[in-house]
Design a protein around this ligand. Structure first.
Ligand SMILES: Cc1cc2nc3c(=O)[nH]c(=O)nc-3n(C[C@H](O)[C@H](O)[C@H](O)COP(=O)(O)OP(=O)(O)OC[C@H]3O[C@@H](n4cnc5c(N)ncnc54)[C@H](O)[C@@H]3O)c2cc1C
Length: 327
């Protein structure tokens, strides 16, 4: 089977198909189109139907790999989101808040990536936390952001095709290169990787009637992962992180427990109207898969397995795909 080289696919006239219209697919399509390529996105879920639309979303490396390569993706994404926060239409805002810690030896590598992280004074800590770091980071209202990004990518001339792709062979003759931005369905189309698994996340969307501005995250909360992410008009309260659970139904007891933990941390949440309950499956993998896959009719690049940090890593991932093409 003839396999075209990545350098052939790096020609500006190359036809690149990105599979997936979540945050990774849209960001990658954007960067490829900016580099001059002819890009098509194939997706069977529209952007607002994807897991990406369920994300809270705060820039934070939650359930993501801890490596130098991942740090570069984090830095690059942070820089882009900080730029986007200058335009209110994007749905990106910079917000301040504490990441609480259950013990004194938690991984703080993330705090070296942001410029303004400071130790939380012990007087600020709830009794159930051992330490904490304050920082200002991007908070992204995903419904606004995905719609904005989708429109940007369409304006670049990228074609969107709604279709469930069953086999890469179906793209023979249509695409010079394929990018798998397929989230939890990772390598179903290449069949060479069984290591992606779901981490179920349930959240509650509350009306932001108290006008809350600061976020708070406490992964190691003794009664379960907890986060409170205020956005412009609503607040996302989470969460859960159950590995290998495919259940997409809302669990009422889980919601009650999450709200009780959150209200214990931020008493202003008491009485906020519940707008919606949501569940999503994070596409987890021990490491993000961001590499060329050989053995197919056309070159394939994998860009999946971002776990609980796909938004956080999105722009860095997209830029890396373009670099893989140029290397
Ligand atoms: C409750 C919750 C809270 C979260 N909070 C945050 C947060 O605060 N910050 C953060 O950074 N991340 C957060 N995440 C994680 C984040 O949502 C994911 O890492 C990210 O959305 C993954 O994006 P993706 O584009 O890889 O996948 P998805 O958004 O799942 O998109 C996958 C796309 O691939 C397409 N696709 C797959 N296979 C095929 C096929 N065969 N044919 C056609 N189309 C196909 C689908 O149609 C879809 O368009 C959270 C997740 C959850 C569940």
């Amino acid at each position: 089977m003839p396999t075209a080289s990545l350098s052939d696919a790096a020609q500006p006239s190359a036809r690149i198909t990105v599979i997936g219209a979540g945050v990774i697919g849209l960001s990658t399509a954007h960067e490829l189109a900016s580099a001059g390529h002819q890009v098509t996105v194939i997706h069977d879920q529209d952007p607002l139907e994807t897991v990406s639309a369920v994300a809270a979303a705060i820039w934070f490396p939650y359930h993501s790999e801890n490596s130098q390569a991942a740090d570069l993706l984090l830095r690059r994404s942070l820089a882009r989101f900080e730029q986007l926060a200058e335009n209110p239409e994007t749905g990106v805002d910079l917000r301040y808040g504490p990441n609480l810690e259950g013990s004194a030896d938690e991984d703080r590598s993330w705090a070296q990536i942001v410029t303004n992280a400071t130790e939380a004074p012990s007087a600020d800590l709830p009794q159930i936390a051992a330490a904490g770091m304050y920082a200002t980071v991007p908070v992204i209202t995903m419904s606004t952001y995905l719609s904005w990004l989708h429109a940007q990518v369409q304006a670049q001339g990228v074609q969107f095709i709604k279709r469930n792709l069953q086999s890469l062979n179906d793209l023979e003759g249509e695409a010079d290169l394929v990018v798998l931005a397929t989230g939890l369905r990772g390598a179903e189309l290449t069949g060479d990787d069984q290591s992606v698994y779901p981490i179920r996340g349930q959240v509650i969307r509350l009306a932001n009637s108290p006008g809350l501005a600061n976020w708070l995250c406490y992964d190691e909360h003794p009664h379960g992962v907890s986060y409170i992410i205020p956005r412009r008009t609503d607040i996302i309260v989470g969460g859960t992180d159950v590995a290998n659970d495919y259940n997409l139904e809302v669990d009422a007891q889980t919601a009650e427990d999450m709200l009780s933990r959150a209200t214990g941390l931020v008493p202003q949440l008491a009485g906020c109207e519940v707008l919606e309950h949501k569940v999503g499956l994070r596409p987890a993998r021990e490491t993000i898969r961001l590499e060329r896959i050989d053995g197919h009719a056309m070159p394939v690049i994998a860009a999946y397995g971002h776990g609980g940090a796909g938004v956080t890593l999105s722009w860095g991932t997209a830029q890396h795909v373009v670099e893989l093409l140029q290397s």
